[in-house]
Design a protein. Structure first.
Length: 375
């Protein structure tokens, strides 16, 4: 082989290498552009969801979690241009393994489940866990934390017996600090500032018997509280993310979903007050389907003043309800389950309701005058 043959081969290899590099560079540029758009869409959707969480007396309103998820998905569907594409909406839903509401005294997780229809077809749906409390237990106490220094507890009295806080509070004790009646999933009792426990007459002597116990020391209390709250949230989120892997596989998604490592600064933001956590994972880039978009976000709840209107499907028309409508609230669970409430459409003004041709609910819009199908 002569020298110029080697030169030709070298030029061909060089051109191929440059071409491959150029293709990779162009692909990288397209991914960066698409990534920036998805970041903007995601931030906007998380903001929309967070705006539906209302801080009220230290705790989020229970109804708000449904509003938050509906607003998040509605915003993402609109941004991605898939409001009318059920297949793409399902694919996107599979890219959101969990949405978590971190409430004052417990955590909710929104996750995917399979539901088999009457025709045998498997549908993807989302549902909520019950509120999972921030519970700590040892040989002395069963403590239920909040995001502040307020707690409730039970005192272990034997192998299985326990005495709750209500049995340790006398009438004269109620003048001290913050003591409030509660009826929660973790039992009847009282909330109290942990510093006030030592003032309870029936609690006297507990600190003398166990002077090093964490409840009697602010530094130790804060450490145990933080560990309990973060571990509760992390454990339940990891459980549902791991479970999502198997569900996604049944819908043809082989991506290995995982809960990302959450650093201390993110935890500080997450448990400083009620907040929402959204995990967005395994969403393929249109420009490079073998590469995936991944993000997660903590966002604190805000004070909300705007009114939200829900649309309800009737026989041949739509009704709009204010979110506090007594008619809707009394039957919201059945209405949501049966698909009568259009969860993916939330309106923030009467003008927006009218664009859908919806009539007002006469129970929460009693001043309406004009034609109405229910008159």
């Amino acid at each position: 082989m002569k020298l110029y043959h080697y030169a030709i081969i070298f030029v061909i290899i060089g051109i191929a290498f440059i071409t491959i590099q150029d293709i990779n560079y162009q692909e990288m540029i397209m991914i960066r552009v698409e990534n920036a758009k998805l970041n903007a869409y995601f931030n906007q959707a998380v903001d929309a969801g967070t705006s539906r969480l209302e801080k009220k007396g230290g705790s989020c309103v229970a109804l708000s979690k449904e509003l938050a998820t509906a607003s998040f998905f509605q915003s993402m569907y609109a941004s991605l241009g898939i409001l009318e594409d059920e297949e793409q909406k399902e694919r996107f839903m599979l890219s959101i393994p969990i949405i978590t509401i971190i409430d004052y005294d417990g955590v909710y997780v929104n996750y995917c489940i399979k539901e088999t229809m009457a025709n045998g077809k498997t549908m993807l749906k989302r549902t909520w866990t019950e509120k999972i409390p921030y519970r700590y237990s040892d040989e002395l106490f069963e403590v239920y934390f909040t995001l502040s220094d307020v707690i409730t507890l039970n005192v272990w009295t034997g192998t299985s017996g326990k005495q709750n806080l209500s049995e340790l509070i006398d009438e004269e004790d109620k003048e001290y600090g913050y003591i409030e009646s509660m009826n929660q999933q973790n039992g009847d009792g009282y909330w109290i500032h942990y510093q006030d426990l030592q003032r309870l007459s029936k609690f006297s002597g507990y600190d003398d018997k166990n002077p090093s116990y964490f409840i009697w020391n602010e530094t130790k209390f804060l450490a145990v509280q933080r560990a309990t709250v973060t571990e509760t949230i992390e454990d339940i989120m990891k459980y549902y993310v791991d479970n999502h892997v198997e569900i996604a596989k049944e819908f043809g998604i082989s991506y290995e979903f995982h809960l990302p490592l959450i650093d201390n600064s993110n935890w500080d933001r997450a448990i400083g007050e009620c907040s929402i956590f959204v995990l967005f994972q395994g969403y393929p880039y249109q420009s490079s389907p073998k590469r995936f978009y991944n993000r997660h976000s903590f966002h604190a709840a805000e004070k909300r003043n705007n009114i939200t209107y829900f649309l309800e499907r009737k026989s041949w028309y739509l009704l709009y309800h204010k979110e506090e409508c007594p008619d809707w609230i009394s039957r919201k669970e059945n209405a949501l389950r049966n698909g009568e409430i259009l969860e993916d459409i939330l309106c923030e003004s009467l003008e927006e309701c009218s664009e859908y041709g919806a009539f007002p609910c006469l129970k929460c819009n009693s001043g309406y005058e004009g034609y109405h199908p229910e008159r």
